[in-house]
Structure formats: structure tokens, C-alpha cells
Design a protein around this ligand. Structure first.
Ligand code: AMP
Length: 543
């Protein structure tokens, strides 16, 4: 017997239409160099429909990729809806990637147009001829007329966002009838080589947004003022902006100024109730926010482990602990949240609750989670002691990468995502990450590939071999440390090595710590034993 309920496709139009109808007076505020720019949801919706018209006017193909190279702003949110609601695919380019990764991604996704903030043009424009499919660069002027604003290139490909919008007709939307149609895509760094593309569908975005509204996840609601500090170019600002539109929450966008002072000012002056970012951000904000009046009800931390001590200091000095969440680009990203279950709250003391908040949390509804032996695939028990690879399955979890068979090994034969994170799970479902099988370093919320960095170091003529490991950093959570073996009779200083690397990798990849060693320790099968290196240098820290 079949159920007899309506089979309505879950498309982003539903979220958009409801916001347009129900929340016309809600506010989207963007920090700019000349102060806060505020639009109502009503005005935003009208602009978003006209932006849909702009995409038609530019001749972007039916499911063409619409790239963004932009900070968190209300304009960026216009693109978040105009692209998918007209059947196109939003592609948020990560501005922190190294130049050749950006061009690889733009070419791989076959981006037809890039919408770029003017302040970011110096990063984007030198790459544009390498982006073979890009026909237009639409500039969003976020510089508020400052004299030091980057020059606009005199090139027919360069267009102005507001000029295009002024003459465009509103798009009716409603073209998406198949909920599995692609809505947006993000690339994520792999252990080696080029980043891999994750493609979200309308259905996955709608369900993920809904999940963010649930009381026991992030509980975004109509009474909230949401500050996504996490970038809109990194897993869609964890889905918070789409969830805010769905739930009718005001949004405050930080724009280009992510300094602790600016973020604190926004939290205090704009009555922010929910703010989300990586621990590095909360570390910086803490001394500015401590003791100040605010309306925060949730400070969400994720992207890297939230240190227990940081969360506890927030509890003592800001008045609420950090709510930890875990996920990844492949999981949209919200997969687990460390809320306190009532049985634990009733039976456990403050110290144990702090331990609980330092876990990655319990799976959200519709997300299934298991731990498994990474080699044999054998499922392991939730006993709070046995560790295994965390694997997840659910309607907003990727099943494949975009045109990239390299990533197939990341999906189990029975269709679960192998996350590359290693954890233990308590009998009542709290995941605690203890390690990572992927050879990557997460610094300030963005990835450094140890293997890519090692290859660049080993390209130096004086270097025989090199291994890069992560060392703890109070500010960045992790930083790379290079362990370098020199060729017989060669000399090299740490500064000379950094000078060699500087033109070859992103600036923030440069290792502060370089250790010259006699040999890289090996495992029984001859691979670099990073475990031994980590043990040998366990006392190393970067501030
Ligand atoms: P990304 O795809 O760049 O968002 O990175 C996802 C990865 O970041 C995960 O697989 C974890 O390794 C790490 N990560 C995300 N959230 C957390 C967290 N709360 N604690 C520890 N690691 C995290």
C-alpha cells in the first residue's frame, strides 16, 4: 500500500517564497568599511529575483555554474538563492586556496561567471585568463568608496553588479521540479592533489536547513539574530544563512573585517543571539567580549575541535559555553551537535558536563553514524573506549564526488561516507574524535596538505626527505612542523627553506617550526611514521 501524501519537490524556492511572504521586515545587515548596510528580507527578495533575471541576461546556461569569490554579505546571500532558484548551480570559491587550486576548481566546475567582491579582485583577476570557461566577472563593490579600493580592470568581461541589477527583470523562479537537481557545490581539499567537488541538491539543502532549526541542534528560529562568522565560501557558512532565511532569523554579515574587535562590536551592538565560527575566531574574540553585555544564547564552534578550556572560559567570562558541532564539506556540514542530554544533565556534575561539551556531540536526526575498522570495515561498538573511523549516512551526506573517481574510496561498499576522522562513541551516542586517518593539518579552519607541503620541501635541492606533522597551536589549533633531512654535505636554514616555499604555497602554509633531523622514522612497511615523529616532538607548540 502506498502512502497518499503529496509528493512536493523539496526545492529552495519553498524556503525563498516563504521568507518573501512571511518575513518582509526582517533584517539582513552587512558590515562595510563605512558602517552597517541594512536591507529587509522584502528588499532582498526583490533584488534576488532580479538577480535571477541578470543570470538570464548574461546567458548563463540552464544548469550553468555561477561562482562566487566573496565575503559574507547580504549580496552573497542573493546569489545563494538566485542561482539555484533559476536552475543554476552556485559554486562558492574558497578565497583562501592557493592560486593554482582556485583555477583548477573553476575549470573543473566549468564556472561560467564569477561574482567577486571588489576588495578580492587582486586575488582573483590575475587568475582569470586561466579560468577557461569564465565569460564574465561581476564586481560587487564592497569598498564603500574608499580611496584604496582596488582598480577595476578595463576589460569587457568586467561588469558591475548594481548596474546589472538595476536594469534586470525579476525572475518568477519555480523552474526546479526535480528535488535532486544540483543547487550548489563546494570543493574540499584532499590529502594530496587537487580539491574534490561536493554537489548539494535542492533536497539536501532544504533538509539540512530544516535540521538546523531543530531544538536539539542549533535551534535557529524567528527570534534569532544570526552572525555567521564562518565563511560563506566554506561549506555555505555551515548552512546557517539558508536556515536563517527558512526560519525568519535576522542575519548580521561580517563582510571583510574578521578582526576580533569588529566581530565583538557586531555581537554587542546588533544584539546577536547566535554566532558561529571556528575555535580560532572564538579564541580571538574572548578578551574583547568577556564582561561585555550581550544577547548571545549560542556560540557555535566547529571545523576543528573546540578546546574544553576555551569553552569553559566562555562559560565563566561570557556566560555561556561554546556549543560544539562536527561535520565536513561532504556532510553539508552539520552532522553532530554536543548538546546536553537530559539524563546527563540530571546525573552529572559540572566537570563531566564540560567533558561532554568537549565531545563532537551526537548525530542529528536523519544522520546515521557508525565507527568501523578502517582496514577491514568491521563495525565497532559504541562503548566509549573502542576507536574506529567515523562513517555517516543520511539525506545531506555526499554519495560521490563531482567527476572525480579519485574519491571513490571514501565511500564504503554499502554506501556510507568514510570521514577520515577517528573517534570513540559513548553508549548514549556522543562522538569523541581522537585522531584522523587523512594526512591533513587544519589551521585556523582551513586545510594544509602535509603531503603537498612535503613534496614542495623535497623539491629543494639540499633536501633528501621531509615529513610534515601537525603541532598544537593555541591560536590556530594546529600548525605544520617540517622535519627535514638534508642531503649529505648540504646546509640549509629554516629561513632559507621558508624563502624557497614562499612562492610555491599559500603564505599561511609556511611552517614556523622546522627541525633538521638525521632520518625520517619508518613504519614496518617503509612508510614515514608520523606517529613516531609526533611522539618525538610532542612538546612542540606554536603560540
Ligand atoms: P571541512 O570539510 O573543511 O569542513 O573539514 C571537515 C573536517 O574538519 C572534519 O572531517 C574534521 O576532521 C574537522 N572537524 C570539523 N569539525 C570538527 C570538530 N568539532 N572537532 C574536530 N574536528 C572537526
Amino acid at each position: 500500500m502506498q502512502g497518499l501524501m503529496q509528493d512536493v519537490p523539496l526545492s529552495l524556492d519553498i524556503i525563498f517564497n516563504r521568507a518573501e511572504q512571511l518575513w518582509p521586515t526582517k533584517r539582513l545587515a552587512t558590515a562595510t568599511p563605512s558602517g552597517l548596510e541594512v536591507v529587509t528580507f522584502g528588499a532582498w527578495a526583490e533584488r534576488t529575483r532580479r538577480l535571477g533575471g541578470v543570470l538570464d541576461d548574461l546567458g548563463v546556461s540552464e544548469d550553468g555554474r555561477v561562482a562566487t569569490f566573496a565575503w559574507n554579505t547580504a549580496r552573497h546571500l542573493e546569489l545563494y538563492f538566485a542561482a539555484p532558484c533559476t536552475g543554476r548551480v552556485l559554486h562558492t570559491l574558497n578565497i583562501r586556496l592557493f592560486a593554482n587550486q582556485i583555477t583548477y576548481i573553476a575549470n573543473h566546475a566549468e564556472d561560467e561567471v564569477v561574482f567577486a567582491d571588489r576588495s578580492l579582485l587582486p586575488l582573483l583577476w590575475p587568475l582569470i585568463d586561466e579560468c577557461k570557461t569564465v565569460r564574465h566577472v561581476v564586481v560587487m563593490d564592497d569598498t564603500a568608496g574608499r580611496p584604496d579600493a582596488p582598480e577595476l580592470p578595463s576589460d569587457p568581461r568586467v561588469l558591475d553588479y548594481e548596474e546589472l541589477l538595476a536594469t534586470a527583470s525579476p525572475h518568477p523562479f519555480g523552474v526546479v521540479t526535480d528535488e535532486s537537481t544540483a543547487a550548489s557545490m563546494c570543493y574540499t581539499s584532499g590529502t594530496t592533489g587537487d580539491p574534490k567537488g561536493v554537489v548539494y541538491s535542492h533536497r539536501s539543502v532544504v533538509l539540512h536547513s530544516l535540521s538546523i532549526l531543530l531544538a536539539d541542534t542549533l535551534a535557529v528560529g524567528e527570534r534569532d539574530v544570526v552572525l555567521p562568522v564562518v565563511p560563506m565560501f566554506h561549506v555555505n557558512a555551515w548552512g546557517l544563512c539558508q536556515a536563517a532565511v527558512m526560519g525568519g532569523a535576522d542575519v548580521v554579515f561580517p563582510g571583510a573585517d574578521l578582526s576580533p574587535e569588529a566581530i565583538t562590536r557586531l555581537i554587542v551592538d546588533e544584539g546577536v543571539t547566535l554566532a558561529a565560527g571556528v575555535p580560532t575566531i572564538w579564541m580571538g574574540v574572548l578578551p574583547h567580549l568577556a564582561g561585555r553585555p550581550h544577547k548571545l544564547r549560542r556560540v557555535v564552534g566547529g571545523g576543528s575541535a573546540v578546546p574544553r578550556s576555551l569553552s569553559e572560559t566562555y562559560r565563566a567570562e561570557v556566560g555561556l559555553p561554546i556549543l560544539q558541532a562536527w561535520g565536513m564539506t561532504e556532510t553539508s556540514p552539520l552532522a553532530t551537535v554536543a548538546f546536553t542530554r537530559s539524563e546527563r544533565a540530571a546525573s552529572t556534575g559540572e566537570e563531566a558536563l564540560a567533558d561532554l561539551r568537549a565531545t563532537q556531540g551526537i548525530p542529528s536526526p536523519l544522520v546515521e553514524l557508525r565507527i568501523a575498522d578502517p582496514e577491514s570495515g568491521e563495525r565497532l561498538p559504541w562503548d566509549g573506549a573502542t576507536s574506529g573511523e567515523v562513517q555517516v549516512r543520511g539525506p545531506w551526506i555526499a554519495r560521490q564526488y563531482y567527476n572525480d573517481p579519485r574519491g571513490d574510496a571514501q565511500f564504503s561498499a554499502d554506501g556510507w561516507l568514510r570521514t577520515g576522522d577517528v573517534g570513540v562513541v559513548s553508549p548514549d551516542g556522543y562522538v569523541r574524535l581522537v585522531d584522523r586517518t587523512k594526512d591533513l593539518i587544519k589551521s585556523g579552519g582551513e586545510w594544509i596538505s602535509s603531503v603537498d607541503l612535503e613534496n614542495e620541501i623535497m623539491g629543494h635541492p639540499a633536501v633528501a626527505e621531509a615529513a610534515v606533522i601537525a603541532v598544537p597551536s593555541e591560536r590556530w589549533m594546529e600548525r605544520p612542523m617540517a622535519c627535514v633531512v638534508l642531503e649529505e654535505g648540504q646546509e640549509l636554514t629554516a629561513d632559507e627553506l621558508r624563502a624557497w616555499l614562499a612562492p610555491r604555497v599559500a603564505k599561511w602554509w609556511l611552517p614556523e617550526l622546522v627541525e633538521f633531523i638525521d632520518a625520517v622514522p619508518r613504519t614496518s612497511v617503509g612508510k614515514f611514521s608520523k606517529k613516531d615523529l609526533r611522539a618525538r616532538f610532542s612538546d612542540r607548540r606554536v603560540p
